[in-house]
Design a binder for this molecule. Sequence first.
Ligand code: ADP
Ligand code: ADP
Length: 228
Amino acid sequence: MIRFEQVGKVYPDGTTAVDGLSFEVAKGELVTLVGPSGCGKTTTMMMVNRLIEPTAGRILVDGEDVSTVDPVRLRRRMGYVIQQVGLFPHRTVLDNTATVPALIGWKRARARARAAELLELVGLDPAVHGPRYPAQLSGGQRQRVGVARALAADPPVLLMDEPFGAVDPVVREHLQNEFLALQATVRKTVLLVTHDIEEAVRMGDRIAVYGQGRIEQFDTPGTVLGAP
Ligand code: ADP
Ligand code: ADP
């Protein structure tokens, strides 16, 4: 589904962020990218939806070289969840969640109905939380809205960058479990970035362990944990 072929990225200032990345993510698989800050995880993710262009190699999504796909069309096929969820502060939770369906041309009523359905899917009550503004939610609730919004257009791919990073450990574990239950039903192809090895192990079907700018190990959680 997602295939990296010898992908490299050197930023204009000369920083090599990643070098020679080759790996594959199967359809419906959740792969976690784990490693210390600055090792190239975010760069890896942002190249998939062309927020960043690689300087070497190529990335295929569904067999298609992403550098040949219109970025807007590409991003419709990929939900993106980040730590600072980036909800619009002056729009209600329901309207935030309906943003993507509205952007892709759904009628307002249909977009809002879909948004309500998505809020329920991530464990929020559309009647209670829908009319609120982001500032009126807890951190964990905002993250859930972020996930709901990313799922809005039903993209086959989800890119998640430290999606549970901004909440306390108890809420974090709760959100991780909720997301796993959700993933068991929606079966998205997921790349999830974390610096927390426990999260990587708990969430990943497979784990890409990063060193500086490269993947040092790519395997199942059991094998990664069992490694010397
Ligand atoms: P994270 O740990 O979540 O990647 P960072 O603080 O490393 O967060 O990066 C935040 C943003 O700043 C990203 O958009 C990243 O591309 C950009 N950034 C990170 N390092 C640099 C740098 N050395 N020069 C310019 N931009 C950078
Ligand atoms: P991670 O997500 O693992 O924290 P990043 O992909 O954000 O790592 O960054 C990888 C390396 O690239 C770091 O050295 C970072 O400082 C650098 N970097 C990230 N964004 C930029 C940028 N826009 N310009 C220059 N260097 C950057």
